[in-house]
Ligand binder design. Structure first.
Ligand SMILES: [Zn+2]
Length: 334
């Protein structure tokens, strides 16, 4: 199986002193991809920046102009968690462009899956607001382009934080199904199981909040019991993954207990949601422990392309089965 690798793998210096969302993250991801030794099965997508017209599919033009001007004037803190520097506008456009380049390369039949190794991440970014380390919503920009071309897009967000930005952007959009597994009661505080989409897209938002300590077996149950039936009904033509690796047990920002081997199993399940080869793209979101990020990247992409990687053993025995059952009952009734 061939894999597209997209992104500025040599990260632009979008960086703020002491901030966990830092350039070495993408270096760890690049090392994880290199660990797979894909050889000629690796296809690097050309780097390109998303255009203004591509970004306004999901963001307000006035927000984009303000963000670009803020960066040009030197940047600073956008909110207590989120920063921008003089080069952050370019970095954000490059990250969004990497997603578009990956999708284009897949659509042109160049590979079976794509891994978008770009930062800053995107899933917290709203139409008119940066938040949670995110400036532009990379996965949403790609999903909107696909939906405008007539595709039905499933977004699976397994970052440990709820992707409030992506949820809000597609809340009432019946062309896009948004699924999130996340740790309950941490940033940004959204993502209740009872939040299931707007009147124009009922049941097409799927939230599965999990308690601290949840392990890989719980995550698999969430996918099998809650997500798989929804996906079957929705019948996506494309699958995009908001792949945060901050649900790993070594991550400093959250308290789920996944191993890299769990990510491999989740990737295998999610691959089954794509109707054909060449319709699955994985987007880097969070993940702040560099070793976990490297190992989880290799495990995820390795599982998708059938390359072996020395992943950690899957985990089990943590809490959360009741939370999965609650989400299941919400969507069984939907
Ligand atoms: Zn996260």
């Amino acid at each position: 199986m061939k894999a597209i690798v997209a992104g500025p793998l040599v990260a632009p210096a979008h960086e703020y002193r002491g901030h966990p969302e830092r350039p070495s993250r993408v270096e760890a991801v690049a090392a994880g991809i290199d660990d797979l030794d894909l050889g000629s099965d690796r296809v690097d997508a050309p780097e390109r920046a998303a255009t203004f017209d591509e970004l306004v599919r999901v963001h307000d033009p006035s927000y984009l102009r303000k963000l670009a001007a803020f960066c040009e004037e030197g940047g600073g803190k956008v909110d207590p968690d989120t920063y921008a520097t003089p080069i952050s506008w370019d970095a954000a456009c490059a990250a969004a462009g990497a997603g578009l380049a990956a999708v284009d390369a897949l659509a042109n039949g160049r590979a079976d899956v794509a891994f978008v190794a770009a930062r800053p991440p995107g899933h917290h970014a709203l139409a008119n607001r940066a938040m949670g380390f995110c400036l532009i919503n990379n996965v949403a920009v790609a999903a909107a382009q696909l939906a405008d071309a007539g595709e039905r897009v499933l977004i699976v967000d397994w970052d440990v934080h709820h992707g409030n930005g992506t949820e809000a952007l597609f809340w009432d959009d019946d062309r896009i199904c948004y699924v999130s597994t996340h740790q309950d009661r941490i940033y940004p505080g959204t993502g209740a199981a009872s939040d299931t989409g707007g009147t124009a897209a009922p049941g097409l938002t799927v939230n599965i909040p999990l308690p601290a300590g949840a392990t890989g077996d719980v995550m698999e149950r969430a996918l099998d019991d809650v997500v798989s039936p929804v996906v079957e009904r929705f019948a996506p033509t494309w699958v995009l993954v908001s792949a945060g690796f901050d649900a790993h047990r070594d991550d400093p920002l959250a308290s789920l207990e996944l191993s890299s081997g769990d990510y491999a199993r989740m990737a295998t399940i999610v691959r089954g949601y794509a109707p054909n080869a060449g319709r699955l793209a994985v987007f880097l979101e969070g993940g702040y422990d560099l070793d976990a990020l490297r190992a989880s990247t290799a495990a995820t992409l390795g599982a998708l392309v059938g390359a072996s990687s020395p992943a950690e053993a899957p985990t089990s025995g943590g809490p959360g089965i009741e939370a999965v059952a609650r989400a299941r009952s919400v969507h069984a009734a939907a």
